[in-house]
Design a protein around this ligand. Structure first.
Ligand SMILES: Cc1ncc(COP(=O)(O)O)c(C=O)c1O
Length: 398
């Protein structure tokens, strides 16, 4: 998705000059174009569910909803939120540690399909389904051993983790399903990793999932398998010009489906980050600039309590400086030129860093820093109330 920093700069200039800038800005028309382009490129038997954990703000969801098959929820809270606002949209529900109350609510709220994480969860779900006299469609979430060369900085599978069912347990789960008609197993679910930047590596992973699923279907006499191949498509925060190649991925996926003869299977994807990251921008105005032991520090209004993404992923987040000419004080405006800076927030911890060793042409007190790719796992993963600073504004541009 193309960033549109000029549109963001225009919005900043349109704000009252005297009001401090501390905001999230979301470009909804760019989001709409992006999601439309993503789904248009997918093979015909693929369906996209947006993983709302990435950003479940209502205007974001309302923009995405008409363009996808449905939403993926990862908690009872998300299921309730989605049903309240999208009574008819297909929902799928996954994630570890679902409580009885969450499982029961999923049944009551017509969640289309649940991704089951363990034999214990199968037992509880069957028990709840029997009590409600309902039949529930499920996929078994499987953890597969993976060549470490295929893993990324955020792997939910491939090795020992709390996610999914390990291969040794698969048979027990399938045997349980055979004896429990209240659970209708449709196939398998894989979400083995996030932050994948390499389309070919993602295809290799999916190739493995296709192969394994075909073997299991043969071994257990499953006829029509549905496969959810998860999300995990990354955003390259370190080198923003080198983003995941969706066109190459979609073409490769088409080839894989043909090669494995899976044109009649339903194949689902549930990406989060790659869908909504690029529509969001975090804006933080420079409050202070100071020198310390040979380095320049730029301190902004806001910080990691609003925008935890750089700390969570351990990167220096890219940003652009938008010059703001308003300077109401009768004293010098401090600034630096042609140097490297560390960008910090207002928190009382040295971990409150958004960018480090970043080259700037010029930045002055009162200028605004714009951090792109802040539409996913940004506000929603941040510790908003630490120090009780005011929350940023949330602005949704048409
Ligand atoms: C089960 C599951 N599906 C989908 C996603 C979305 O992943 P991403 O945002 O990397 O596409 C996640 C993220 O943690 C997940 O755990």
């Amino acid at each position: 998705m193309q960033l549109n920093i000029d549109k963001i700069a225009d919005s900043i200039r349109a704000m009252p000059p005297e009001s401090p800038v501390c905001a999230y800005l979301y470009d909804l028309s760019a989001l709409q174009r992006h999601v439309g382009a993503l789904t248009a490129k997918l093979p015909a038997n693929c369906e996209m569910f947006y993983a709302v954990k990435a950003n479940s703000d209502l205007p974001i969801l309302q923009t995405i909803a008409p363009l996808v098959t449905g939403f993926e929820a990862a908690s009872g809270g998300e299921v309730h939120w989605l049903r309240r606002h999208f009574p008819e949209l297909p929902l799928i529900f996954g994630g570890p540690g679902k409580t009885d109350a969450e499982l029961a609510a999923a049944l009551d709220l017509n969640v289309e399909l649940l991704h089951v994480e363990s034999i214990g969860e199968l037992h509880r779900l069957a028990w709840i389904a029997r009590q409600k006299n309902k039949q529930v469609k499920v996929l078994l979430r499987i953890n597969l051993p993976l060549d470490p060369a295929l893993s990324t900085s955020l792997s939910m599978g491939g090795h020992a983790t709390q996610f999914g069912i390990e291969p040794a347990q698969r048979e027990v789960c399938l045997a349980f399903l055979k004896q429990h008609p209240e659970l209708n197993c449709q196939g398998f679910h894989f979400h083995l990793l996030s932050h994948q930047l390499d389309a070919q590596a993602q295809l290799q992973l999916i190739d493995l999932c296709f192969q394994q699923t075909k073997n299991w279907c043969r071994a257990y006499g499953l006829e029509h398998a549905m496969l959810n191949i998860g999300g995990g498509f990354g955003i390259n925060y370190r080198e923003p010009s080198q983003q995941f190649d969706w066109q190459g991925f979609s073409d490769g996926l088409k080839d894989l489906i043909v090669r494995h003869n899976l044109e009649t299977w339903k194949i689902r994807l549930e990406p989060g980050r790659y869908v909504s990251a690029a529509c969001g921008y975090y804006l933080a105005q420079v409050i202070d600039i100071k020198h310390s032991f040979g380095r320049w520090f730029v301190i902004c209004q806001g910080g990691s309590h609003h925008f935890r993404t750089p700390y969570a992923q351990g990167h220096s987040h890219p940003f652009k400086v938008i010059a703001k000419d308003y300077w109401p004080y009768p004293f010098k405006r401090y600034g630096v030129e042609q140097t490297r800076i560390t960008v910090c927030g207002q928190l009382c911890t040295p971990k409150d860093i958004l960018a480090y060793d970043a080259a700037v042409t010029r930045v002055r007190m009162g200028d605004v820093l714009v951090f792109p790719y802040a539409g996913a796992y940004a506000w929603h993963i941040s510790h908003h109330d630490f120090l009780r600073h005011p929350h940023p504004e949330h602005i949704y541009l048409a």
